[in-house]
Design a protein around this ligand. Structure first.
Ligand code: ZN
Length: 233
């Protein structure tokens, strides 16, 4: 017999957790968009709250993955013991041993939590969340350090829409390479991928010689800034 089916229960739960992370990111995106387009305030209390929610969700995800590992190691042990036992007599011994399975599980789980501390900054969702806050925080620290004359200059400093390295025109939907950080327009990049699944980074002189569609992601912050710049043109 196999106990492997038990861990199937983790997959839907993990998906729900990932969906919740996406929800928090969408809230941050909306707040950022409102701030840029409608000049609403991205309040510090709200940021702090979003950060704490994100930390709790990541804690859940972390614990769930440790539980999965611990459960599998318990199952391995259980199955090894079963294989070694002579059918009837010893199977009672095995049953005895696993009578307090939850206790064994709990002990292993506590050990595992202690030896695997969590670093939120290693988490993709957390870093994305902080990125939604970045602009705002940078502006604030600059403003507190400069006198009025400098603030005026800073506000008149205009955002310019980045140029796509492939078509040499303004980017509509910005796609960022997660490896080298270069930006492209979504449409022109995916035209390149139509002929080859692996290409080199189209930015002249970039050392990134191998990129696939999985190496890129949409830069939603920049998309909002570009949309806003177009509206104000
Ligand atoms: Zn590049």
């Amino acid at each position: 017999m196999s106990y492997r089916n038990i861990d199937h229960g983790f997959t839907p739960l993990n998906q729900k957790i990932d969906q919740t992370i996406e929800c928090v990111l969408q809230v941050a995106e909306q707040l950022f968009e409102d701030k840029i387009k409608h000049e609403t305030e991205f309040n510090d209390d709200v940021k702090q709250e979003l950060k704490e929610i994100m930390e709790k969700i990541i804690d859940c995800k972390h614990q769930l993955s440790l539980q999965n590992v611990v459960l599998n190691s318990c199952i391995d042990q259980l199955e090894a013991d079963e294989e070694n036992s002579d059918q009837q007599a010893n199977s009672i011994e095995v049953l005895d041993k696993y009578h307090d399975f939850d206790k064994i599980f709990d002990e292993k789980f506590q050990q595992s939590i202690q030896s695997n501390t969590i670093d939120y900054n290693n988490h993709d969702g957390y870093r994305k969340l902080l990125r939604w806050f970045e602009d705002d925080d940078r502006n604030k620290s600059q403003q507190s350090n400069v006198d009025n004359g400098d603030i005026e200059m800073m506000e008149s400093e205009e955002f310019s829409i980045p140029i796509d390295p492939i078509c040499r025109t303004e980017i509509n939907i910005p796609i960022r390479n997660k490896q080298c950080g270069h930006l492209y327009d979504k449409e022109s990049l995916f035209n390149l991928f139509r002929n080859n699944s692996t290409i080199k980074c189209p930015v002249t002189g970039c050392s990134n010689k191998k990129m696939t569609a999985t190496d890129v992601e949409e830069d939603s912050r920049l998309r909002i800034l570009i949309e806003n710049a177009r509206q104000n043109q």
